[in-house]
Design a protein around this ligand. Structure first.
Ligand code: CP
Ligand code: NVA
Length: 328
């Protein structure tokens, strides 16, 4: 498998074999890290990290992974560069491409990261756009494989806003890998029809399936994985909270949802999560709407089925694999 020079922009661009290769490479690099085996094979290279939206996991993963691989990093924060204000994406790409061996971009439209890749001349990695979150996919599938021992045939249920980056990317990835993907949410939050058709065609090839349902009973029945994400994503206006709460509350991951699933079900979340009142937004929502927890209850988040921190750790190993595969 040779992915050298490739961009990592969205899951649609990768075959099942390529995705599986990246998952296995992540596991290999994880083992090396755990055993203390040095793997600084990309010494002398440098990468730029552009963040037009905030981040904890993705930024830290890129920085630690780059350091472990022997690379230098430059972090450009949401206000600390000329991008979009004084300089176009195409010009930025051509400047950074002269100085760095790879560029990470987190921001808004998918078209921005695609344009960056078109002009950069070096691999560009998507660290999250409104439409997709591909590095999260490798970490998530590595986590499923570690916990359940397989990917094919796994019933993977996504609850919440399935139209956004996480729902889109999980549906496409699961379909390619032969999983039985279910978007369990209100109709309004079903993924885009064209993308569903694409995922169904992929599922046909892999032996997987893609189902959309408004019924929690049907969706969560015998689930192997129940996954959720925040109801309001970065960059969305505060005004949407009220309707999201109303429309997505029935799809909160709680004890009842878990009871419908297999005993071995795992709960996953890309994080950050609103599961208690220990955040500023959590408190504001509580004051305005009276909710103590949102997309997942604290009981489930802290409970024995939750694998969210293993999943978060895997972001680092998998981002390392993506950089290694595209640069080595
Ligand atoms: N899951 C994820 O992308 O987290 P951050 O927003 O903290 O990077
Ligand atoms: N859907 C979320 C994912 C965060 C990792 C967002 O875009 O804010």
């Amino acid at each position: 498998m040779n992915l050298k020079g490739r961009n990592f922009l969205k899951m649609k661009d990768f075959s099942a074999e390529e995705i599986e290769y990246l998952i296995d490479l992540s596991a290999e690099l994880k083992e090396k890290k755990k055993k203390g085996v040095l793997h600084d094979e990309l010494r002398g290279k440098n990468i730029a990290l552009i963040f037009e939206k905030t981040s904890t996991r993705t930024r830290c993963s890129f920085e630690v992974a780059a350091h472990d691989l022997g690379m230098g990093t430059t972090y450009l924060d949401p206000s600390g560069s000329q991008i979009g204000k004084k300089e176009s994406i195409a010009d930025t790409a051509r400047v950074l491409g002269r100085m760095y061996e790879g560029i990470e971009y987190r921001g808004f439209g998918q078209d921005i990261v695609e344009e960056l890749a078109e002009y950069a001349g070096v691999p560009v990695w998507n660290g999250l756009t409104n439409e997709s979150h591909p590095t999260q996919m490798i970490a998530d599938m590595l986590t499923v494989k570690e916990k359940l021992g397989k990917l094919k045939g796994v019933k993977f249920v996504y609850m919440g806003d399935a139209r956004y980056n996480m729902g889109n990317s999980l549906m496409v990835t699961a379909a390619k890998l032969g999983m039985d993907f279910v978007a369990c949410t209100s109709k309004k939050y079903f993924p885009d029809e064209e993308l569903v058709a694409y995922a169904r065609a992929e599922a046909e090839k892999s032996g997987g399936s893609v189902e959309l349902t408004e019924s929690v009973e049907q969706g969560c029945k015998d689930a192997d994985v129940i996954y959720t994400d925040v109801w309001v994503s970065m960059g969305e206006p505060d005004e949407v909270w009220e309707e999201r709460i109303k429309e997505l509350k029935p799809y909160q991951v709680n004890r009842q949802a878990l009871e419908l699933a297999k005993d071995s079900v795992i709960f996953m979340h890309c994080l950050p999560a609103f599961h208690d009142l220990d955040t500023k937004i959590g408190k504001e929502i509580h004051e305005k709407f009276g909710l103590d927890e949102m997309e997942v209850t604290d009981e489930v988040f802290e409970g024995p089925h939750s694998v969210v921190f293993d999943e978060a750790e895997n972001r680092m190993h998998s981002i390392k694999a993506v950089m290694y595969a595209t640069l080595k």
